[in-house]
Design a protein around this ligand. Structure first.
Ligand code: GUN
Length: 278
């Protein structure tokens, strides 16, 4: 049976340390989250982020806009936040409604306050192997989880499934920066199973149940970033836990694996941006 990569336990440890650190600051870090529309998953994510921030002493403000808000209204607000010295971190929750250009919105965020690490400056730094202000939250959380369990990356074959800007692309880059040999798979990949069979580490971020135990190499490490609900409303990941946990040496559960680590990374990033602003 595989060892569980316990994201909740590590999140709690990181948050305890951060709370102590923040209590020593005379000015508190401030995170502003912009939430557009009524996407129910986004609302839950944002509420969790806010609850967590408040618990550890980060000032957290959520600004809600209706789904028909004009792009320029958002850009004006971001510009205002960029020049507010009491705001250290800005997050625009994705996805955005179709009529708004995600690129224009992300480009408006000052790189020094870009808590997701999604602006072209931070992405560019990451992809050229240099240091961005902060690293994207989910891949950062995945690496912290792997490091916590002493999982070696150097020279290992890491297979990333999914190529989104939020997870897959930065994940692949960050694994490469840690000297892993990285293969990126996506919806056009042929013979996925042939590739996953050669993986020492699999990070799956698709949002569909695609990984089964028979697709894995014995003793591999499986990180499940996917999260979705089945017809009965049960939370599932990309990985069939039952069969995969019998083959893998380490596996992250859903829920309780990567999700808590994403939030912990967001808090770490907020504090990093705050400290950098001093
Ligand atoms: N939507 C889903 N994940 C994320 C994330 O990490 N950052 C933002 N801004 N939106 C998201």
């Amino acid at each position: 049976m595989a060892t569980i990569l316990d994201g909740k336990k590590l999140r709690d440890k990181i948050l305890d340390e951060l709370a102590k650190k923040i209590s020593s600051f005379s000015v508190k870090p401030k995170l502003v989250v912009i939430l557009v529309g009524e996407d129910s998953a986004s609302k839950i994510y944002v509420a969790n982020k806010q609850k967590c921030a408040q618990k550890i002493g980060i000032i957290s403000e959520v600004i809600n806009y209706p789904s028909d808000v004009k792009e320029q209204v958002l850009i004006d607000k971001i510009n205002e936040l960029n020049s507010d010295k009491f705001v250290h971190a800005i997050l625009v929750q994705l996805p955005l409604p179709e009529h708004i250009s995600k690129t224009n919105i992300i480009n408006a965020i000052a790189p020094q306050k870009d808590v997701d690490g999604f602006t072209p400056y931070n992405f560019g730094k990451l992809f050229s192997g240099e240091k961005p202000y902060v690293y994207p939250c989910t891949p950062k959380g995945v690496l912290k989880l792997l490091d916590e369990y002493g999982i070696e990356l150097e020279g290992k074959h890491a297979v990333v499934i999914g190529r989104s800007n939020i997870v897959g692309r930065p994940m692949a880059q960050m694994l490469m920066n840690r000297n892993a040999t990285v293969t990126v798979c996506h919806s056009y990949t042929k013979n996925l199973e042939q590739i996953t069979k050669t993986a020492d580490i699999i990070v799956s971020a698709v949002g569909k149940n695609i990984i089964k135990g028979e697709m894995l190499k014995s003793g591999c490490v499986v990180v499940d970033v996917g999260i979705f609900k089945d017809a009965s409303g049960k939370l599932l990941g990309d990985v069939d836990f039952e069969t995969s946990s019998k083959i893998a040496s380490y596996i992250s559960p859903v829920p309780g694996g990567v999700g808590p680590m994403t939030i912990a990374s967001l808090m770490l990033n907020t504090v990093e941006l705050f400290e950098n602003s001093l």
